[in-house]
Structure formats: C-alpha cells, structure tokens
Design a protein around this ligand. Structure first.
Ligand SMILES: Nc1ncnc2c1ncn2[C@@H]1O[C@H](COP(=O)(O)OP(=O)(O)OP(=O)(O)O)[C@@H](O)[C@H]1O
Ligand SMILES: [Mg+2]
Length: 217
C-alpha cells in the first residue's frame, strides 16, 4: 500500500461519528481504482481499535458461480455480487432488533474478505468485535439508487465518495491490473469493457454522498 495520509478534517469527521462510543457504519464509495481500499485502510489504521474495515469486495460471487450464470467476463459489474448477503451483514452489524444480538455479550460478527491474488473471497476472515464502534465499508456500488443496491445506503450513517482525476485514476488502475498479472493490452481491454462502464454508473451516484474526499495527492 502506498504511504498515504488521511486529511485531518476527514479523520476528525470520522472520529466525531463515534464520539459517543455507539456503533456507526461509514460507507466509502468511488469508481474502480479511485483509491477506496487505500483510503479506507488508512482511515481504519488511524482510528486503531475503534474501527474495523469490512469491504464490499468480500461479496463478489465466486468464479464458479459467475461461470454458471454466464457473467464471468464482467466480474465486478453490479450483478456479480451477493448483494442480499451484503445487506444482511450490514443489517447485522447495525444491531437492529430483528438481527442477531449484538453488544458485549455477543461474539464477533464475521465477514468475508476478497483476495485479488486468487480473485476469490474467503469466508469468516474479518472479525467485527462487539466493542468496535466504527464499521467502515468500502466499495463501488454503495450509493447506487437501483435495486437491490439501493438497500445499502439507508443502512449507513454516512457515505463518502472518493473523487480523483479521471486520468490519474485510470493510470493507477492500469498499473494495479499489471501488478496482478495482466499484460498491458489485456488490462486496457478489461478497463474499456468492464471498469469504465462501471465507473460511469458509479460517478453518477456521487451526488448522494454526504462528503466528497479529494484523493489526487
Ligand atoms: N493516494 C495515492 N497515492 C498513490 N497511489 C495510490 C493512492 N491511492 C491509491 N493508490 C493506488 O492506486 C491503485 C488503486 O487504489 P485502490 O486499490 O485503493 O482503489 P479502489 O478504489 O479500491 O479500486 P477497486 O474499485 O478496483 O477496488 C492501487 O494500486 C493503490 O495502491
Ligand atoms: Mg478496492
């Protein structure tokens, strides 16, 4: 991960959200390669034990299921995630009355984690402890207003949008694709066919964010 600094005003806003110690959910949305995972990891690190990161990425459908559905070629598109599973987990993490009990007596709530090296998720890897105040969840589609994704935003106390110059975003995304094994042509093809259509959809959802975080630095 590059060395990055969370702007102090943004860090203060996250700390203020959990000032009374109760559980809050903060969403971080943005286009492919905008820096959501990098920003959210830095924010979680800065908050220490008070925060836990639960990326939306963990709810990628498995490659085998994508093949069965005929959607493997557009992995990362809105219909290639287990959205209902994600919504159910967020509901559980909020501790709403009809969800499993939370609080000091309850155990951890487990979330899956996506691994880019194998392009698959592993269940039960992320433990959200009862005493965790801030759950930070980051991903592409947190602010979409179309079903089933539209069920996500109402579960978040705030959702921020990571904004970055489009050329810089594409440069970083290309470099990351290449780092994970795609050659340049294959990476550019994937970006044109998959990432960029998704980016247009996501950028249009930015208007619903509570805060825009400029991430060009
Ligand atoms: N502030 C920064 N300075 C330099 N490089 C950065 C910065 N933020 C992110 N990057 C790099 O840009 C690339 C994309 O960032 P990241 O993976 O965090 O984006 P993302 O929004 O999570 O993307 P995706 O939607 O594909 O998961 C990564 O290689 C990351 O290391
Ligand atoms: Mg990411």
């Amino acid at each position: 991960m590059p060395h990055v600094v969370v702007p102090p005003a943004v860090l203060a806003r996250a700390a203020a959200l959990i000032a009374d110690g109760s559980r809050r959910l903060l969403g971080i949305a943005g286009s492919p390669g905008a820096g959501k995972s990098t920003f959210a990891a830095a924010l979680a690190q800065a908050l220490g034990d008070r925060a836990q990161l639960v990326p939306m990425d963990g709810f990628h459908l498995a490659n085998r299921e994508l093949a069965r559905l005929g959607r493997a070629a557009r992995k990362g598109a809105p219909d290639t995630f287990d959205v209902a599973g994600y919504v159910a987990l967020l509901t559980r993490l909020r501790g709403t009355p009809d969800a499993a009990p939370t609080g000091p007596a309850a155990g951890p709530v487990y979330a899956p984690a996506f691994h880019r090296e194998i392009e698959e998720s592993i269940a039960g890897e992320i433990a959200v402890l009862p005493e965790t105040s801030l759950v930070i969840t980051e991903g592409n589609y947190l602010l979409l207003d179309q079903a089933p994704w539209s069920a996500v935003a109402p579960l978040l106390d705030e959702c921020w949008f990571i904004s970055v110059d489009a050329d810089l975003r594409r440069q970083r995304l290309l470099a990351r694709h290449q780092r994970y094994g795609r050659d340049r042509d294959a990476a550019l093809r994937w970006m044109a066919q998959t990432d960029e259509p998704n980016a247009r959809l996501i950028d249009a959802s930015a208007v619903r964010a509570d805060l825009t975080v400029a991430w060009d630095a």
